[in-house]
Design a protein. Sequence first.
Length: 93
Amino acid sequence: MAGMSPLFRRKAAPHERVVTLIRKSGCHLCDDAQSVIEKVCGELGVPWERKDIAEDRELYDQYWEQIPVVLVDGRQHTFWRVDENRLRKELAG
């Protein structure tokens, strides 16, 4: 399905989606982002995961200057600040 036109792809159900928060400890923006993700994902039934940038060299190299970073289904959705309405729209879409 990866090579299919978006017109022919089936929309994923909320429980088939995944949100990833890439963060580091001691980061207040990361804490804020996590609060938004917990709220939106909880309301929509979307699973989410948290990854610590300090524990993964590849994530560190790729995202260090952007954390917190939010991925939706493995694609970058946003960084620094998470807009609750934008995330909800993306996941409910």
